[in-house]
Design a protein around this ligand. Structure first.
Ligand SMILES: [Zn+2]
Ligand SMILES: [Zn+2]
Length: 221
């Protein structure tokens, strides 16, 4: 499959998931499932989220245009096992790098000039993972592409899985919902852990996908 076409499909799937998650967390019907109810709306937040989504999509376009042979290989047929292992490795390396990036963002200077934008959110909503400073968007995606280069060049299938999981985790951590069904266990876990990060335990739960890094470095709550 052509990577650009595949990424367009991933973008549509993520947009649908984000829309459903946003609607669900705002719906009175699911009020009883909320971790906390939003009481401090941020003006023009969705304008920033839309601009930042466009910026992130642009960075993906750049990665597709200049990353062949380094980040990914268009013409390669890896086995299903290789595709899955590569995807897992990229996400592990990315999340390890992101852990330290996020800790750095919590230093006084970075919080004041960059990460403070995201922490204006005290009551997370689904798309708040994209309510961040453009420098943070750039840094986060640069780490994701760096992880691809370290593990890869990976196949198009692995690239699509990584992009999908990265985006879904980014939304899931901010959904503000705990759905009492085993099928949502991972999503609930992500949402509760990251809610701590936005509320009572700001200096904990820095990793976005795997809790192992916070456990390893003593910041797990
Ligand atoms: Zn933070
Ligand atoms: Zn957050």
């Amino acid at each position: 499959m052509n990577l650009a076409v595949g990424l367009a499909g991933v973008g549509v799937a993520v947009a649908i998931y984000g829309s459903v998650a946003t609607w669900s967390s705002a719906s009175a019907q699911f009020r009883h499932l909320r971790i906390r109810t939003v009481t401090q709306p941020i003006p023009r937040k969705y304008v920033s989220i839309t601009l930042n989504s466009t910026f992130a999509a642009t960075l993906y376009v750049v990665a597709v245009l200049i990353g062949e042979g380094v980040l990914y290989q268009q013409e390669v047929n890896h086995s299903v096992l290789r595709v899955l292992v590569d995807s897992l490795l990229v996400l592990l390396v990315y999340d390890f790098l992101y852990y330290f990036f996020h800790r750095w963002l919590h230093t006084h200077t970075m919080m004041r000039h960059v990460h403070g934008v995201h922490h204006r959110v005290q009551f997370p909503e689904a798309m708040d993972g994209l309510f961040i400073h453009p420098a943070e968007t750039t840094g986060g995606l640069a780490l994701l592409f760096a992880a691809m280069a370290v593990v890869g060049p990976i196949s198009v299938a692995s690239f699509l899985i990584v992009a999908f999981v990265h985006a879904v985790a980014n939304i899931a951590t901010h959904t503000n919902l705990v759905v009492p069904h085993p099928a949502f266990a991972l999503f609930n876990y992500w949402a509760v852990r990251h809610d701590f990060h936005h509320s009572t335990h700001r200096n904990s739960n820095y990793a976005s996908i795997f809790p192992v890094w916070d456990r390893m470095f003593g910041t797990y709550r």
